[in-house]
Ligand binder design. Structure first.
Ligand SMILES: [Zn+2]
Length: 85
């Protein structure tokens, strides 16, 4: 793996970077999981928000049925993602 501070290669078992002294092991693991969480949250909110926008556009075009359906599906999707994450 590589040091997140100085970018030099370090052994996977190293607790601190031998090049710059930054604690690396726990930070790397936490960074990865928080990165995945951030990506998950982005998906959780990006897709429903796009769905709500499509629903609002449908409403403005007097397509009330599919507009409301789209918004409802998006809100439910957001709720499901919130529970999963
Ligand atoms: Zn380093």
């Amino acid at each position: 793996m590589f040091c997140r501070t100085c970018g030099k290669e370090i052994v996977a078992t190293a607790v601190i970077c031998p090049h710059c002294g930054t604690p690396v092991k726990d930070e790397a693991a936490a960074g990865l999981s928080s990165g995945l969480r951030t990506a998950g949250w982005a998906c959780a909110f990006l897709f429903p928000i796009v769905g709500i926008i499509i629903g609002i556009i449908a409403l403005t075009k007097k397509d009330v049925g599919s507009g409301i359906a789209m918004i409802l599906v998006s809100v439910v999707m957001m709720g499901v993602w919130a529970v999963i994450l």
